[in-house]
Design a protein around this ligand. Structure first.
Ligand code: FAD
Length: 317
């Protein structure tokens, strides 16, 4: 079932979460171990991230360095199918522009549709770690909006090969990313919101936000979206901070702020256990306030660890 239909049918705030495919070499059981404890909260959908290749240098005989392309976390499509089969819940694979030609994107969408998956989160993807800026494939999508356009075309039965027209249409429900604290590359919030609106105008059904710790920023973001004419549901993304070092690493990776009160509480904390409690309590309060605000769904980033999200869900749902 489509995420947008889950939202339309919901009588109260939905619960959902995001997982990462396991590192290459690990079994899918590590995924199930993280998901099993969360199933009692009846997630309507589970997102599975997509991780593109990275380049590393391997030392070879004779001392020279060889540049090698590796994918550390393959398996997004297989995991989605496995989750739908095992838990009878909907899976939302993330699909990115980076590393894909339009033809490869189309083939991935065909695979997903044949597996009974009718949801995707359409993203551009970050630049490759060793590259300063995002570079699309020569015949790939440059921005998420271009990927949305391609999926919408496929939903109308228009394939890349212009000879395949009025063919079997796909039926994707499309989610896109939004940034309550602005995407780091955008020169200003207004510019970023106009680009977000373009994704919605092209056919995105709903928005999932980047993680944030200050609900006021989310409320202001929703207000700005509505004023700009973005009317689709906006799902907040939340991640509990459980380690002291994340007060520094999360702003660096995700270009977000940590509120003063939260940062100070972590500074005062003496043990890992205290830190975890502070992070969980903050997330419970954020969640309860967001429910009061009327969000359609609370979406948690598990980053492979479910114990904190389980504690939060127990306190909220
Ligand atoms: P876009 O919407 O394309 O925006 C990227 C930047 O370009 C923004 O600054 C925007 O303002 C600007 N822009 C957009 N359109 C135009 C235009 N026409 N002209 C000029 N500028 C434009 N990454 C992964 O690799 N795998 C994942 O699984 C993944 N999951 C994510 C899930 C969520 C909920 C979120 C919020 C992010 C996720 N990301 C993931 C990270 C995401 O790929 C990065 O944040 C990426 O840098 C931007 O992706 P986007 O889809 O928001 O890009």
């Amino acid at each position: 079932m489509k995420v947008i239909d889950h939202i339309k049918q919901a009588k109260s705030t939905l619960f959902s979460f995001e997982i990462l495919p396991p590192l290459k070499g690990k079994s899918i059981c590590s995924i199930y171990e993280g998901i099993d404890p969360l199933m009692e909260f009846k997630p309507k959908f589970i997102n599975v991230t997509y991780h593109r290749e990275e380049y590393v240098y391997k030392k070879r005989d004779g001392g020279y360095l060889e540049k090698v392309s590796i994918r550390k976390r393959p398996g997004t499509v297989g995991i989605c199918a496995a989750l739908m089969n095992k838990y009878k819940t909907d899976a939302v694979p993330h699909l990115i522009c980076g590393g894909f030609t339009k033809e490869e994107t189309e083939n991935a969408l065909i695979d997903l549709q044949f597996l009974g998956i009718d949801n995707v989160l359409a993203l551009r993807g970050d630049p490759i770690k060793t590259e300063p800026a995002f570079v699309p494939e020569p015949d790939g999508n440059k921005y998420a909006v271009d990927l949305v356009k391609q999926i919408v075309e496929l939903n109308k039965g228009a394939y890349q090969d212009e000879e395949i027209r009025q063919a079997a249409p796909t039926e994707y429900c499309i989610g896109v990313a939004g940034y309550p604290e602005k995407h780091f590359e955008a020169p200003n919030m207004n510019h970023d919101l106009r680009n977000l609106k373009a994704k919605v105008d092209e056919g995105a059904d709903y928005i999932v936000t980047q993680l944030f710790y200050d609900n006021e920023k989310f409320f202001a973001f929703v207000k700005a979206c509505r004023e700009m004419g973005i009317t689709v549901p906006i799902i907040p993304g939340l991640k509990p901070i459980t380690l002291k070092k994340q007060v520094v690493t999360l702003p660096k990776f995700f270009h977000i702020d940590i509120p003063v009160a939260l940062a100070e509480a972590f500074e005062k904390a003496k043990t890992d256990e205290q830190c975890k409690e502070i992070g969980i309590e903050w997330s419970i309060q954020q969640s309860n306030e967001l429910i009061k605000f009327g969000v359609p769904c609370l979406h948690y980033y598990t980053m492979g660890k479910s114990d904190a999200v389980k504690r939060i869900a127990s306190g909220v749902f």
